[in-house]
Design a protein around this ligand. Structure first.
Ligand SMILES: *Cc1c(COP(=O)(O)O)cnc(C)c1O
Length: 504
């Protein structure tokens, strides 16, 4: 039960090493071979609460962690940071179910992974380790990672986001964390440029040496880190258990999950759940107008040679779905040489095509689709007027694709739509779908939305208006390495924790 790399099967790591390191030396992602060898007994789920389900899942996927430590880490992450006791409650809305993943401290699903990852990281560190967490974000990862890692001993965190590429609320969430060990930089570029630069830094040995001089190593908070991905497997089981308890399904029935998708982390966690024995028929990956992934699931060709589009669902404005690499590993029969070859092609030509047998294996578990901005607005309006439920734009992408899928396939399997953010995180987009005159200011739009819907604003978002954001320091993608070295020097300066201009 050791982790290997998607690009080199000779790599062998414990799960602690994999979490600490984030990404494998040669650029591959850590994966657990023979995923389906272990299963979780779903008949026991009914009697278990969220934390206990989390323990069961983590004991299988993180086998070298001490059970008692895991239990404490899970309790610490979830017992008071979520506004619903079920952590990820399921609601029935019209003829489908919504799995609400946005009750954590930043009102987006990434909190589920990023409240637990720092605890797992702490358990994985040796006493004199000092780790700088790096994250490139399309908005929600950065915010959730900053909240998760702030003030965690032996760690610092540096977040890069595309300047003008995240929503005003997301930007304000990031620029108001301001803790001694957190640093945030807008970059002059888009998300994929930020993500590629981060990935390159991870495999740059001279950069590693410069950090080593500061006695600091790097790790990742993006969903390429298994310590972030694995906590997300839990809510698929928790959702199933809630559906059975509510008698919406019977134990053993298959369900579909529709997942708003960007980097393919969330929906891949659903595949892990299926591999561990959850009765899932199809995982439906829903993309926005950046439809590379949807096209791949239909044709087996991944082609990113097309314009990058900014949409109303910015956390999914992604052209390279990194975690797809893990699925390619499993569906090619764990053929790391083949995956390395595909990833090399992607890097040099921006395109690859998988073998027919690989595509068939993928399509057995996955369907895909995409929705453009207009369809997103229609979805928000339709579900509000028909069912009285407010969707955020990302969840609305999922809803639109779920409807397309049903109409095209005739598949009537009960469907669970993953709600990945609170509608108040993107208030102007949501309000515009419902009203003709919407204020330019996000906070005024939040108020308007609350008056229209009667749904309360989450306190963490309401509070933002009073906080003063730090000054923006825009960094060129080529200067990201230098920014990290500077951050490491400041954060890990033991004698005096230098307060930089980055913290007001
Ligand atoms: C990150 C994010 C997604 C996409 O999730 P992936 O794991 O990257 O596929 C969807 N919706 C919201 C609100 C997000 O923050």
């Amino acid at each position: 039960m050791r982790y290997t790399s998607t690009r080199d099967h000779q790599v062998s790591k414990t799960s602690k090493e994999a979490i600490k390191q984030g990404i494998s030396e040669e650029g591959g992602l850590f994966v657990l071979p023979h995923l389906a060898d272990q299963t979780l007994n779903i008949h026991e789920l009914l009697d278990l609460d969220y934390e206990t389900i989390a323990q069961r899942v983590l004991m299988i996927l993180l086998p070298d962690f001490n059970t008692d430590s895991l239990k404490k880490a899970i309790h610490f992450a979830y017992h008071q940071h979520f506004s619903d006791d079920r952590i990820t409650p399921v609601r029935s809305v019209g003829d489908f179910h919504v799995l609400e993943l946005f009750h954590g401290p930043t009102s987006a699903f990434k909190d589920v992974g990023l409240q637990l990852l720092p605890r797992l990281m702490q358990l994985a560190l040796d006493p004199d380790d000092r780790v700088m967490i790096l994250a490139a974000t399309s908005g929600d990862t950065g915010t959730a990672a900053l909240q998760g890692f702030k003030d965690v001993a032996q760690t610092g965190i540096t977040v890069f986001y595309p300047n003008h590429g995240v929503s005003p609320i997301q930007e304000r969430q990031m620029l108001t964390v301001g803790s001694d060990n957190t640093r945030v930089f807008p970059i002059a570029g888009n998300f994929d440029q930020a993500q590629s630069a981060v990935k390159t830094l991870f495999t740059d040995t001279s950069f590693a040496a410069r950090l080593q001089a500061e006695q600091v190593t790097l790790s990742a908070a993006n969903s390429i880190n298994i310590g972030r991905l694995i906590p997300q497997v839990v809510y698929y089981f928790a959702a199933y258990s809630q559906l059975v308890k509510a008698q919406a399904i019977s134990m053993g029935d298959e369900v579909n999950f529709t997942v708003p998708t960007g980097n393919f982390g969330d929906v891949l966690a659903g595949y892990y759940a299926k591999s561990l024995g959850l009765p899932v028929h199809k995982l439906i990956a829903a993309a926005n107008a950046n439809s590379e992934l949807a096209d791949f699931l239909a044709t087996g060709v991944y082609d990113r040679n097309r314009p990058f589009l900014k949409t109303v669902a910015p956390s999914m404005d992604i052209q390279i779905s990194s975690n797809l690499e893990r699925l390619l590993y499993y569906k090619s029969g764990e053929d790391s040489a083949y995956v390395a070859h595909l990833m090399q092609e992607l890097e040099t030509t921006g395109r690859y095509q998988v073998r027919p047998d690989v595509l068939t294996a993928i399509q057995a578990d996955f369907a895909g689709g995409f929705a453009v901005d207009e369809e997103v607005a229609d979805a928000i309006r339709e579900v509000w007027h028909r069912d009285g439920y407010l969707l955020d734009p990302h969840t609305a992408v999922g809803y639109a694709v779920q409807q397309q899928y049903r109409a095209a396939s005739g598949d009537n399997t009960p469907n669970v739509l993953l709600a990945t953010a609170s509608p108040y995180k993107f208030p102007r987009v949501v309000a515009k779908a419902l009203q003709s005159h919407v204020p330019d200011d996000d906070f005024a739009a939040m108020q308007m939305l609350q008056q229209v819907s009667g749904v309360p604003i989450p306190p963490n978002l309401a509070r933002l208006q009073q906080l003063r954001p730090q000054e923006k320091v825009v960094v060129a993608p080529t200067d990201m390495g230098q920014a990290i070295i500077g951050a490491a020097k400041e954060v890990f300066n033991d004698d005096q924790r230098v307060r930089s201009g980055n913290e007001r």
